[in-house]
Design a protein around this ligand. Structure first.
Ligand SMILES: [Zn+2]
Length: 163
C-alpha cells in the first residue's frame, strides 16, 4: 500500500470521464488499497480514482458505520428526497459550498473481485455517493454552487449556528 498524491482543481484528470473497470486484478486491488490509505490519511469522507490521476471508475466512500466501502463501476439506481448542506472536496482544499443532493440514494456497484452488490446511503453518505460518482464523469461539486466559502468563513457560520 502507498499514499498517492491527491490532484487539485485545475488538473485535467479531474475533468475527464473515466473508463469502466474491466480487469479485477492485482492492479485494481492495489489501487483500492491505496485509495483507502490516502483517504484515511487525508481524513476525508470519500475519494475517487481520478483524484489520484487514474481514469477508471472506482471510488471509496466512508459509510454510516465508519467503514470504507469500495465501489467499482458504481451507478446510482434510485434516489429519494432532498438535502442542502455544505460540501467540500479533497481536490478543492479549503473551499466549501452549499450543494443540493438527494436525501437517500441506492447504488449498484461491483466489489474488487467483480461481484455486483447494492448499497444504500442517507444524509452524509448519500451526499458522498453522489459526489464521488460525479468525479467519475469529470464533475466537481463546485459546479453546483454559485459561491465558495473559505474554511474560516465556514467555521464562523457553524459557530453562529451553534449559538
Ligand atoms: Zn471530491
Amino acid at each position: 500500500m502507498a499514499l498517492r498524491t491527491i490532484l487539485t482543481d485545475g488538473d485535467p484528470a479531474l475533468h475527464k470521464a473515466c473508463r469502466p473497470v474491466t480487469n479485477f486484478d492485482q492492479r485494481l486491488h492495489d489501487l483500492l488499497d491505496d485509495l483507502k490509505e490516502t483517504l484515511a490519511n487525508a481524513n476525508g469522507a470519500g475519494l475517487a480514482a481520478p483524484q489520484v490521476g487514474i481514469l477508471r471508475r472506482a471510488v471509496v466512500v466512508v459509510d454510516a458505520e465508519d467503514n470504507m466501502l469500495e465501489l467499482v463501476n458504481p451507478e446510482i439506481i434510485s434516489q429519494e428526497g432532498e438535502q442542502e448542506g455544505f460540501e467540500g472536496c479533497l481536490s478543492v482544499p479549503g473551499r466549501w459550498g452549499v450543494v443540493k443532493r438527494p436525501m437517500k440514494v441506492r447504488v449498484r456497484a461491483q466489489d474488487r473481485d467483480g461481484n455486483f452488490f447494492e448499497a444504500e446511503g442517507e444524509e452524509i453518505v448519500a451526499r458522498c455517493f453522489c459526489h464521488e460518482i460525479e468525479h467519475l464523469d469529470g464533475h466537481l461539486f463546485t459546479e453546483h454552487t454559485d459561491r465558495l466559502y473559505t474554511t474560516e468563513e465556514l467555521d464562523q457560520m457553524m459557530e453562529e449556528q451553534g449559538e
